[in-house]
Design a protein around this ligand. Structure first.
Ligand SMILES: *[C@@H]1O[C@H](CO)[C@@H](O)[C@H](O)[C@H]1NC(C)=O
Ligand SMILES: *[C@@H]1O[C@H](CO)[C@@H](O)[C@H](O)[C@H]1NC(C)=O
Ligand SMILES: [Cu+2]
Length: 247
């Protein structure tokens, strides 16, 4: 029964308009009822880069980054900053919108970095220190065949996959970069990183530093630097513990 269902899904994807190839990325953001159009790799850059509506950093291809040491791991390639920011309150939900997401395996995480002097355009992305505000991995079943959040949020009816993330209540008011990362692990030893970033203007938070100033140093990560492809493999151990490990 599984095979026809999967085939039908891939055929449907092939017939839909838009970036229906094997990869993808974060197309839009919503806060409340307001939509913020993202950067579109399939539209010429000159039609987007300096437009006042642009709040997302530039990413030029829907292809993933394959290396945990890619210099573009923070905000994709090239990560050129946008002219505007998404206004949002501390504690409010920002929803990331993906069309035709089709990879099923691997974790999803969302991160923030506060921009010094409220100038996100001046941030050196390879030096920025990020703290994680959201994560989801395996929801149910085994590593290989179970349901990951990454699979559960994808849709096959043409409607976009929605990924809501609530900002911490105690953030300091000011400018931040938000980084959404999907890490797809359906091909062994060849991770696929899909990071996209947007600029935020957070209001209604604390004066001065909020929770972002209290994050212990060990939880602040730089990209690249946060991942080590030759590190321990705790996920495989986890699979074996459950008696249904990967071979
Ligand atoms: C979503 O993003 C795409 C790609 O940038 C854009 O074409 C579309 O107009 C956006 N949708 C909305 C409702 O902003
Ligand atoms: C950003 O930081 C990296 C690492 O410290 C450094 O090599 C690079 O020159 C910096 N880029 C700019 C534009 O300052
Ligand atoms: Cu892909």
């Amino acid at each position: 029964m599984m095979v026809p269902v999967i085939l039908a899904a891939f055929l449907a994807a092939a017939l839909l308009p838009g970036p229906a190839s094997a990869h993808g990325g974060l197309s839009n953001y919503t806060v409340g009822e307001t939509w913020y159009r993202g950067y579109d790799p399939s539209t010429p850059p000159e039609e987007q880069l300096n437009k006042p509506w642009l709040t997302q950093r530039q990413w030029t291809t829907i292809d993933p980054l394959f290396s945990p040491t890619s210099p573009f791991l923070a905000c994709n390639d090239p990560g050129t900053p946008p002219p505007s920011s998404i206004p949002i309150s501390a504690g409010e939900v920002i929803t990331a919108v993906y069309y035709y997401w089709l990879h099923p395996v691997g974790p999803m995480t969302a991160w923030l970095t506060r921009c010094p002097e409220d100038n996100c355009n001046a941030v050196n992305l390879t030096e920025a220190k990020w703290f994680k505000i959201w994560e989801a991995g395996l929801l149910d079943g085994t590593l290989e065949l179970g349901t990951w959040y990454q699979k559960s949020f994808q849709r096959w009816d043409g409607e976009p996959g929605l990924w809501p993330v609530r900002l911490p209540e105690g953030l300091g008011s000011g400018r931040y970069i938000i980084r959404h990362e999907i890490l797809s692990l359906h091909v062994g030893f060849r991770p696929q990183f899909y990071p996209e970033c947007a600029h935020l203007e957070v209001t209604g938070g604390k004066e001065g530093k909020g929770v972002e100033g209290e994050v212990p140093g060990g939880y602040l990560k730089v990209f690249p630097g946060a991942y080590d492809q030759d590190g321990e493999l705790p996920s495989c151990e986890l699979g074996r513990e459950k008696g249904k490990g990967l071979s």
